[in-house]
Design a protein around this ligand. Structure first.
Ligand code: SF4
Length: 387
């Protein structure tokens, strides 16, 4: 659990082109590990750390209760702890892993996007979106992303490093506490959903992501008690990661960022396609559906004149229907364009036609709302600006 450093898969989008060599060399430019945190330790490591501080085993359980049950890391709140030991225990187990740099609020306070600085100065983002019936947190799992999709702000940053499980989990704890304490417009509430759709490719940081999924979904005092069914892990199509996740037997939802219905176009939009093509990705996604009994989300960023025409919608429907009925849910997403980029959002008319064609072919599809368009809502935009 503590070994959370570099991509254990070594997966890059294929070949050793200059851009990817660049990404890889950054990847290896390690800048040390984040401080050891409670969320990075397994039970034995926590007990051993407590023993070093002269604390008995049962104190670990109390700390777990504070952390997962009450979302607390403040020594002052540890009233069941000897007063003289509180500060020391908080410092040893709960070093600050994410520090708020800026916060942007939109949709009358219902969308909150936060830019965080990590221990080594790296910047990452998370976005909280409150809806009438749920509150979803979109979190980052890597600093930047090495997948190089040309239309994506995060892709332009390249990959700096993987995030530790603690850095990932902390985004959830802080948001859960903010919801509980009524710090988000709409009054006190509960964080109900978590999506791994912020910066990074979750399958490139598999071990930390899986550890985070377990900590988010376990019931207190082992985790925050957010149902695994309300957690979505997205991938650009890292097939071995999809297959490994299917074997875990955790009922998280899988989201696959497809963005194109054929290899020719996808090779251009998603460089990872040269490594795992659309057939391999869809085969793996369908197998995930069979294993998990959970419908797979197919994410499709609509880009004007590139992938949003009727022929693309028809081809996408054919490719999905090839596997049978009702196994996938398509989320066409109007692209949130990067400033100055040639990739831009589709015409509303084309979006509507794209959806109609999917529906007519019997595909479930919902145009995803684009919360936070006015606050650099696309992943990586806030971090890119701050840099
Ligand atoms: S679209 Fe996703 S996979 Fe592609 S570069 Fe952006 S964050 Fe990475």
């Amino acid at each position: 659990m503590t070994d959370h450093d570099l991509p254990e898969t070594g997966i890059t989008p294929g070949g050793t082109s200059g851009a990817f060599r660049d990404v890889l060399s950054k990847d290896h430019a390690r800048r040390g590990k984040p401080p050891a945190h409670f969320a990075d330790m397994d039970e034995q490591e926590r007990i051993a750390r407590a023993a070093e501080l002269g604390l008995p085993k049962f104190r670990v359980r109390q700390l777990a209760n504070h952390y997962y049950g009450h979302c607390d890391v403040n020594a002052a709140e540890f009233t069941d702890f000897p007063a003289a030991r509180r500060e020391e225990a908080a410092a040893a187990f709960f070093p600050e892993l994410i520090h708020e740099v800026t916060r942007q609020v939109a949709d009358e306070g219902m969308t909150v996007k936060t830019l965080w600085r990590l221990f080594d100065g790296s910047l990452i983002e998370s976005v909280l979106m409150r809806y009438p019936n749920r509150t979803t947190l979109c979190i980052s799992s890597q600093v930047g992303c090495g997948m190089g999709c040309p239309f994506c702000a995060t892709g332009q940053l390249g990959l700096t490093r993987n995030m530790s499980a603690g850095e990932i989990v902390e985004q959830v704890r802080v948001a859960a506490r903010a919801m509980r304490d009524g710090e988000v417009a709409g009054g006190p509430g509960r964080l109900s959903n978590v999506v791994f759709m912020g910066m990074g490719e979750p399958m490139g940081n598999y071990r930390s992501v899986l550890s985070a999924v377990r900590q988010i979904s376990a019931m207190p005092p082992e985790g925050f008690g957010i149902s695994a069914r309300n957690i979505t892990v997205s991938t650009v199509g890292v097939v071995p990661g999809i297959r490994r996740l299917a074997e875990e037997g955790i009922p998280v939802r899988l989201a696959v960022s497809l963005h194109a219905p054929n290899d020719e176009l996808r090779d251009e939009l998603v460089p990872m396609n040269r490594r795992f093509d659309t057939t391999q990705v869809l085969d793996a996604a369908h197998d995930y559906f069979l294993a998990s009994k959970r419908r797979v989300s197919i994410e499709y960023a609509l880009m004007r004149g590139i992938n949003d025409q009727a022929e693309h919608a028809r081809q996408l429907a054919r490719r999905l229907n090839h596997y049978g009925d009702n196994w996938a849910h398509v989320n066409p997403i109007p692209l949130n364009p990067i400033e100055g980029s040639r990739w831009t959002a589709s015409d509303p008319e084309d979006e509507r036609r794209f959806l109609e064609i999917l529906h007519a072919a019997g595909i479930t599809a919902t145009l995803r709302d684009t919360r936070g368009q006015d606050i650099d809502g696309a992943c990586g935009q806030l971090a890119a600006k701050e840099r």
